[in-house]
Design a protein around this ligand. Structure first.
Ligand SMILES: Nc1ncnc2c1ncn2[C@@H]1O[C@H](COP(=O)(O)OP(=O)(O)OP(=O)(O)O)[C@@H](O)[C@H]1O
Ligand SMILES: [Mg+2]
Length: 429
C-alpha cells in the first residue's frame, strides 16, 4: 500500500441497520417457481412486497389465501412448484397433520417453508423431521423471507456471492469513472480482496488509460456471447492491474455498434461475481434498459454529481426512482465532486443535500493538479500522492460500500504488534 501503513488500521464490520444487514444476507434468487398460501393479509402483504424486490425478479411468485388447507386442495389437482410457502395459525398437532396431507401431494424436489405463530421447539423438530426446510415466526419482514429463500437456493460455496457496486454520473464528465476506479483500487488494497472493474462505457471507457494498461478489450466479447463465459474465458478476457485488481476493459473502437441487452449484462456480471467478492461497474452517463437494469440490480449504487443545477435535478431523479424501485435496499449513495472550483458559482453541499433528501457519502474538491497528473501518469490518486485530500474520500466511500469501518490502532498499545493479524481475521467475512 502506498502512503499510509495498512498495519496502522483495522477494518471491522460496520454496525448495520436491519435493512443493510438483511440485504447483505439475502442474495438474488434463481429462476424458480414459488407459490404461497397465506392465512392473513399481513403475511400476504409482506410476501407481495418481497415478490417485487430486485432479488426475486427471476423467480415466479404467486400468492394465494386459504393457508395450508387451500394448498392441499390445490396440489391434489396440480403439480407442485419448486417452493411452497405456507402460513398456518393451527396448533401444533393440527399443523403437523395438515403438513402430512400436504406431503402426500408434493412432488419430489419441492421445498416447503412454514410461517407459524409460535416459538415452539417441539413443533420445530416435528417440522424438520417432515422435511420442512425452514420455519419462520410471524410477524416476518420481507428481508427475512428473502433471506430464508436465498439460504435454500444459494450454496455459499458455489453460487454467486460477490457484491456488485455501480457508479454513474448525474451528467457526463463529472468524474464518475475517476471515482469508480479510485474506489475500486482502494477496496482491493485496503481489504486485500479481489476486485473486477467492468467498464461498460464500450465506446469511450477510460479504465485502461487510468491504470496505464494496454488491456485485452474483453468486455465486448463477453457481452456478445455471455453463454460462453466461464471461469477460464473470464480469466483470458480480464487484464490484471495489481495483485487484487483486474479490469474488464472496453474495446474503445467506433466501427461497431454497441446495442447491449440487459440480459447479457446480467449474465456477464453474474459470472464475474461468482469469481470475485467485488465487481465494480463503471457506467456511462446514458439511460437505457441495460443501465437501468444494472442500477436496479446492484448491491450498492453511487451517483456522482457536480454542484450545479442540472446535476442536482438529474441526481434527484435517479435517486428518487431507485429508492422507489429498491424499497428493501439502502438508498443510492451521493458523491459531490469538483467542489470549490475557482470562479464557478456552486450550490452549497447543505442545499444540495437538502434538495435531494440524502446526505452525501463524500464530497471531493476540485484539484486539477492532482487529478490531471494522476490521469496523465495512469495512476490512482493515492499512488500519486497518499496525502492528497481526495484519498481520504475514496477510502471513506470504499469502506462504506463494503460496510467496513476504519479503526485506528494506537501504535503504543500492546495490541499494535498484532494489528496485521487482527486485520486479517477481521476483514474476512
Ligand atoms: N475532483 C476533481 N478535480 C479535478 N479534476 C477531476 C476531478 N474529478 C475528475 N476529474 C477529471 O475530470 C475528467 C472527467 O472525469 P471522468 O472521465 O471520470 O468523468 P465521467 O463522469 O466518467 O465522464 P463520462 O461522462 O465521459 O463517462 C477527467 O479528466 C478527470 O481527471
Ligand atoms: Mg465515465
Amino acid at each position: 500500500m502506498v502512503g499510509r501503513e495498512l498495519a496502522e488500521f483495522d477494518f471491522e464490520p460496520q454496525g448495520m441497520s436491519e435493512t443493510e444487514g438483511g440485504s447483505e444476507r439475502a442474495r438474488p434468487i434463481p429462476r424458480i417457481s414459488i407459490q404461497c398460501f397465506c392465512e392473513g393479509a399481513e403475511v400476504a402483504e409482506v410476501l407481495q412486497f418481497a415478490a417485487e424486490d430486485r432479488r426475486l425478479t427471476k423467480a415466479h411468485v404467486s400468492i394465494h389465501m386459504g393457508g395450508i388447507t387451500a394448498a392441499v386442495a390445490h396440489y391434489q389437482e396440480s403439480p407442485t412448484p419448486n417452493l411452497i410457502v405456507v402460513e398456518s395459525r393451527l396448533p401444533r398437532q393440527d399443523l403437523v397433520g395438515e403438513l402430512d396431507r400436504l406431503a402426500e401431494c408434493c412432488d419430489a424436489g419441492t421445498k416447503v417453508i412454514v410461517i407459524g405463530q409460535t416459538n415452539d421447539v417441539l413443533l420445530y423438530r416435528e417440522l424438520l423431521k417432515r422435511g420442512v426446510s425452514e420455519y419462520l415466526i410471524a410477524p416476518i419482514s420481507p428481508l427475512q423471507i428473502m433471506e430464508g429463500i436465498s439460504n435454500l437456493y444459494n450454496d455459499p460455496d458455489s453460487d454467486p456471492v460477490g457484491h456488485v457496486y455501480s457508479f454513474i454520473g448525474a451528467k457526463g464528465g463529472v468524474g464518475s469513472s475517476t471515482i469508480c476506479h479510485n474506489v475500486a483500487w482502494t477496496l482491493s488494497e485496503a481489504l486485500t480482496s479481489n476486485v473486477i472493474i467492468a467498464d461498460l462505457d464500450l465506446a469511450f471507457g477510460t479504465t485502461g488509460l487510468d491504470f496505464n494498461q494496454d488491456p485485452v478489450q474483453g468486455i465486448a466479447e463477453a457481452l456478445a456471447s455471455p453463454e460462453r463465459l466461464d471461469e477460464v474465458l473470464l480469466d483470458r478476457l480480464l487484464t490484471k492491474c495489481s495483485e487484487h485488481l483486474s479490469i474488464f476493459a472496453a474495446p474503445v473502437v467506433l466501427d461497431r455498434d454497441y446495442d447491449l441487452s440487459a440480459d447479457s449484462c446480467d449474465m456477464v456480471l453474474d459470472i464475474a461475481r461468482q469469481n470475485v467478492p467485488y465487481v465494480v461497474v463503471d457506467l456511462p452517463h446514458t439511460w437505457t434498459a441495460w443501465t437501468k437494469r444494472i442500477l436496479v440490480q446492484s448491491d450498492e449504487v453511487v451517483i456522482t454529481a457536480a454542484p450545479d443545477l442540472a446535476n442536482l435535478r438529474n441526481a434527484k431523479n435517479i435517486i428518487d426512482l431507485l429508492k422507489s424501485i429498491r424499497k428493501n435496499d439502502t438508498a443510492p449513495h451521493l458523491v459531490i465532486n469538483t467542489m470549490q472550483m475557482p470562479k464557478r458559482p456552486e450550490i452549497s453541499i447543505k442545499e444540495f443535500e437538502q434538495a435531494i433528501g440524502i446526505k452525501a457519502l463524500a464530497t471531493i474538491d476540485f484539484d486539477s493538479e492532482t487529478f490531471g497528473q494522476a490521469a496523465n501518469n495512469g495512476q490512482m490518486i493515492e499512488e500519486l500522492n497518499a496525502k492528497a485530500k481526495a484519498t481520504a474520500g475514496f477510502r471513506e466511500i470504499a469502506l462504506a460500500l463494503a460496510h467496513r469501518r476504519e479503526v485506528r490502532v494506537d501504535k503504543k498499545s500492546p495490541l499494535a504488534s498484532l494489528a496485521p493479524f487482527l486485520e486479517k481475521i477481521k476483514i474476512k467475512r
